[in-house]
Write a protein that binds this ligand. Structure first.
Ligand SMILES: [Zn+2]
Length: 288
């Protein structure tokens, strides 16, 4: 191996973190070849066994991993990770300490402000990375994206909502022998994910938690809080089944979804969209 190739191998591209850069360094980026990643999700209770930052930690780490993969796959482009924004709409479980909910309008304003601040300086591409799938939260994200794309020549997308609401996970996951469609919040999936990604943040009590199921999409439960629905521990699903191997698979799905969306955005390919039914529900919902 000659000296040149040795050097190339030992210096992988640096991960650019927005908050660590000067305005001069940001100004020096190629407007047409830079993709920004914005992790945004609320702090909210995730059962008695997972941390309140489950969603924002996952979105941040998955965005980080997606960037590493992209740096290897498409080194000619530049990727910047924006700092995680621990904000979102989760009013339905604020009857637990630790949940912090803001109005969907605030989410809209934050998404618009980040995107417009970049668009104002000629930047074009932003991937919104959220792990929180409440419709009131997505309504804010999509409204902020739409407003920014109307005001600036930008391409912005949020890829996890389409993956989630098209039930991609159930179509793609390994066969498990139980009905995973009922794993809604802090259940099998999220507990597996955290066991893989942050095992030291998972309380061992998860092993003794009983399975609890509720259909949170039913019109009968709309507007009700978790405790009003009898969810006294704040989870829906079967955390005791958690498995770190599944967590690894699920995490890699997220990384893939973020990375593929970034490339589709840049290459001008069709972007993932929410199902019509979800879009209609989002539009029918009042700002809260
Ligand atoms: Zn979550």
């Amino acid at each position: 191996m000659n000296k040149k190739s040795q050097k190339k191998k030992s210096t992988p591209a640096k991960l650019l973190k927005f908050e660590e850069m000067t305005w001069k360094q940001i100004d020096a980026l190629d407007r047409k070849k830079t993709i920004f990643f914005l992790p945004i999700s609320p702090l909210e209770e995730h059962g008695p066994h997972l941390p309140i930052g489950t969603d924002i930690l996952t979105a941040q780490v998955a965005a980080n991993e997606a960037i590493k993969w992209l740096q290897y796959k498409r080194p000619e482009l530049t990727y910047v990770l924006l700092p995680p924004v621990p904000v979102g709409f989760c009013k339905f479980n604020t009857d637990f300490p630790g949940s912090v909910s803001v109005s969907g309008r605030v989410v809209k304003d934050i998404v618009y402000s980040y995107c417009s601040s970049l668009g104002n300086h000629g930047f074009k591409f932003v991937v919104i990375c959220t792990y929180h799938m409440a419709i009131g939260h997505l309504k804010g994200i999509y409204a902020g994206m739409k407003k920014a794309m109307k005001a600036y020549d930008m391409q912005i997308c949020e890829p996890w909502g389409p993956y989630f609401y098209h039930n991609e996970v159930e179509k793609r996951e390994p066969k498990l022998g139980f009905d995973t469609s009922k794993e809604v919040h802090a259940g099998f999936r999220e507990t597996s994910l955290m066991k893989y990604q942050y095992p030291y943040l998972v309380d061992e009590s998860y092993k003794t938690l009983q399975s609890i199921y509720r259909d949170l999409t039913s019109p009968k439960v709309l507007g009700k809080s978790f405790k009003q629905l009898g969810l006294k521990d704040g989870y829906v699903g079967s955390p005791a089944r958690a498995d770190a191997d599944y967590g690894r698979w699920f995490f890699s799905e997220t990384v893939n979804v973020y990375a593929k969306a970034a490339l589709a955005l840049y290459d001008g390919k069709p972007l993932p969209t929410l199902p019509k039914k979800t879009q209609a529900l989002m539009h029918s919902l009042f700002w809260q």
